[in-house]
Design a protein. Structure first.
Length: 167
C-alpha cells in the first residue's frame, strides 16, 4: 500500500518541484518586460521616464489605459546585462489625481517596493502637485517634475521619491 501511494505521489512531487524552478526572463526594454512579463498588461499610451535607481534597478514610468481612466504605471525593474525584468508594477495613481496630491495631505500614502530579497532596501515614492512642494521638501527628497500629455489634457505633477535602507 505504501509503495502504491509513493508511486502516485512521486510524479506529483516532481511536477511541483519543476514548477518552482522557472527560468527568470529578461527583455530588451522595460516596456517589453511589462508587455511580455505580465498577463493582461494594459495598453501603454506614453512613456514618462526611466529613472536609474541604482546599479541594478530602474524605475519605469508610463501612462496606461485602465478600464476606468488613464493611470500612471510605476514599474520597479531589475537590470542585468543590459536586459530588464519587472519586479513589480503599480497603477494605483489616476492620472488626473497625480497633480492634486500634496505630501502632507490627509489621504496620501507613500507607495513602496523592496529592491532586494532581504527587504533591506526599498524604493518609496508618491506623486504630488508640483506647486505644492516647499523648498525644504525638495531638499529632503529627490523630486522630478513632469508635464504629462493625456489626450487634450496636460498634467503637471512631481514624482517625489527616496531609497529607504535598513540600518
Amino acid at each position: 500500500m505504501l509503495r502504491k501511494l509513493f508511486s502516485l505521489l512521486l510524479p506529483l512531487i516532481c511536477l511541483l518541484l519543476s514548477g518552482c524552478n522557472k527560468e527568470t526572463l529578461y527583455f530588451d526594454s522595460p516596456e517589453e518586460a511589462y508587455q511580455e512579463g505580465f498577463e493582461q498588461p494594459y495598453n501603454v499610451r506614453s512613456v514618462i521616464d526611466c529613472i536609474e535607481v541604482d546599479e541594478h534597478h530602474v524605475f519605469w514610468l508610463a501612462v496606461i489605459d485602465t478600464p476606468d481612466q488613464p493611470r500612471i504605471l510605476e514599474a520597479v525593474t531589475e537590470v542585468k546585462d543590459g536586459k530588464y525584468r519587472l519586479i513589480d508594477r503599480h497603477h494605483f495613481t489616476p492620472l488626473n489625481s497625480a497633480s492634486a496630491n500634496t505630501i502632507s495631505g490627509e489621504f496620501i500614502s507613500w507607495q513602496t517596493e523592496p529592491l532586494d530579497e532581504n527587504d533591506e532596501k526599498r524604493l518609496v515614492w508618491i506623486w504630488v502637485d508640483t506647486n505644492s512642494l516647499t523648498t525644504k521638501e525638495r531638499e529632503q527628497y529627490t523630486c522630478k517634475d513632469y508635464t504629462i500629455l493625456s489626450g487634450e489634457n496636460t498634467i503637471q505633477a512631481t514624482l517625489v521619491y527616496y531609497i529607504l535602507e535598513a540600518e
